[in-house]
Design a protein around this ligand. Structure first.
Ligand SMILES: [Zn+2]
Ligand SMILES: [Zn+2]
Length: 232
């Protein structure tokens, strides 16, 4: 999108959503992390954070992790929900390719009013997830792990694709690496930073970071009968 083409409210929504995304990671949300992700200078991020703080959406102090306030958290969940419903609209109703869904929904999601969101939910049959497998309602816990952390030689169900950019989704879709499909992690080669995978379509070697973007359902412990860890 051309600079200046986004409205302030769109930018606010994008920041809040990004902070939400980062705050669920172990490293948390930082000015440098946000700048890198959003492709802007750290000074731009700092300026925007002051604005978000004045609006009561974030709390932040220099060199500290940025946190959403309750109001910010509510907005983030709402933004995410509209985005994921918009993706469903594009793939399920308009039959657009999955690879294009995320970018198109970025523009469309901001325009979805609460009324339209409610109608979309109904028409789409109350979808639980976006077509990449991410939950429409993000209030629950994340019970998935990166494929690279999964046990080897065991069929795992793909739960979601973390990276929704067109090239990544197209690459993974071509190899049958989509939510709901089965995948077996055969081998991790740390020296070459590659991972050998098997799907119904065949055996593939993909880059480690790409494989780490594929998240699978946390495996249930079968042998020892102990309960699975409750921590993410
Ligand atoms: Zn998306
Ligand atoms: Zn998605």
């Amino acid at each position: 999108m051309a600079p200046g083409a986004e409205t302030l409210s769109q930018t606010i929504e994008e920041y809040v959503e990004t902070i939400h995304r980062f705050s669920r990671r172990p490293e948390g949300a930082s000015t440098t992390g946000l700048a890198k992700y959003l492709g802007v200078r750290p000074a731009t991020v700092s300026g925007m954070l002051r604005r978000l703080s004045a609006l009561g959406l974030v709390t932040y102090r220099r060199y500290r992790h940025i946190a959403l306030t309750e109001k910010g958290e509510r907005l983030a969940r709402d933004v995410i929900k509209r985005h994921r419903l918009a993706e469903r609209l594009l793939t399920d109703l308009l039959k657009m390719p999955l690879a294009e869904a995320h970018e198109e929904a970025r523009k469309l999601g901001h325009a979805v009013s609460p009324k339209v969101a409610a109608r979309l939910t109904e028409v789409l049959g109350s979808p639980k997830s976006c077509p990449h497998g991410h939950p429409v309602d993000v209030s629950g816990r994340d019970a998935t792990i990166p494929l690279t952390d999964a046990p080897t030689d065991r069929p795992m169900t793909i739960s979601r694709l973390d990276d929704e950019t067109a090239e990544v989704v197209r690459y993974l879709a071509d190899r049958g690496l989509l939510p709901g499909r089965k995948v077996i992690l055969r081998e991790v080669d740390p020296l070459n930073a590659t991972v050998a995978l098997e799907t119904e379509g065949g055996r593939y070697t993909v880059g480690y970071s790409l494989a780490a973007n594929i998240r699978v359902d946390r495996p249930k412990r079968r042998e020892k009968g102990s309960t699975s860890r409750s921590k993410d």
